[in-house]
Ligand binder design. Sequence first.
Ligand code: FES
Length: 86
Amino acid sequence: MDKAIIAGVTPIGVDLEKGKTYFFCTCGRSSNQPFCDGGHKGTSFTPLQFKVEENAKKFLCTCKCSSNQPFCDGSHNQLNKDQIGS
Ligand code: FES
């Protein structure tokens, strides 16, 4: 099983549109965080497809540790220095 890369240590605020389909990067390899750019190819990861019910600004996870992906749940606050940069 591949390990997700910590792409960032703070969430990214994104203005999301109601009904639009988004593909959240779960592997951490995308250069277009927090969204998938195809960088997961060759890994066991696939992007997480999601939509929102209303136009809204949401904070999306970049550390890839959230239990509520694609949304931030504060897990980045639990990262230690050894995990960051791995
Ligand atoms: S690049 Fe990370 S899931 Fe596609």
